[in-house]
Design a binder for this molecule. Structure first.
Ligand SMILES: [Fe+2]
Ligand SMILES: [Fe+2]
Length: 133
C-alpha cells in the first residue's frame, strides 16, 4: 500500500490532505500495473497522467500560495522544483503509449517509480523546510 506515513505529515491540514490524495494516485498507478485482466491499459494510463497533471498543479499552486503567505524565504528554490516535476509529467508521450501496446506495463512501472521517488523525497526534504517546528 502506498499511503501517508507519520513522517510525511506537515501538520498543515490542507497540505496533508493534498499529499494524501497524491499518494492515492500513486496507489492507483500501482493497481494499474498489477491489473492482469486489463489487456489494453492505454485509456487508464492517459486518464491517470491527466489527473496527475491537474492535481499536482492544484496542489503546487496552493502550496506556493501558502509559502507566500507565511513569507517563506526558500520559496525561490522551491518553486522551480514544482515546475520541473510538471515538465516531467508533460514529457510523457501519451500517443506513444496508445500505439505501443507491448510496453505499457514498462511505462506504468517507470511512472510509478518516478512518482514515488519524487513525492517522498519532495515531501521529506523540500516541503518539510517550510514547516515551522
Ligand atoms: Fe512542494
Ligand atoms: Fe507538497
Amino acid at each position: 500500500m502506498y499511503e501517508m506515513k507519520p513522517e510525511y505529515y506537515t501538520g498543515i491540514e490542507m497540505i496533508d490532505k493534498e499529499h494524501a490524495r497524491l499518494f492515492e494516485l500513486v496507489q492507483q498507478t500501482s493497481d494499474l500495473l498489477n491489473d492482469e485482466y486489463l489487456l489494453d491499459k492505454a485509456n487508464e494510463i492517459v486518464g491517470l497522467v491527466s489527473e496527475l497533471i491537474n492535481y499536482t498543479r492544484t496542489h503546487f499552486s496552493h502550496e506556493e500560495e501558502y509559502m507566500e503567505k507565511i513569507g517563506y524565504a526558500g520559496i525561490k528554490d522551491h518553486i522551480p522544483q514544482h515546475r520541473k516535476f510538471e515538465d516531467k509529467l508533460m514529457e510523457i508521450d501519451l500517443e506513444a503509449i496508445e500505439n505501443d501496446f507491448e510496453h505499457q506495463d514498462e511505462t506504468v512501472e517507470d511512472l510509478l517509480g518516478f512518482l514515488l521517488n519524487w513525492l517522498v523525497d519532495h515531501i521529506l526534504y523540500v516541503d518539510m523546510k517550510y514547516v515551522k517546528k
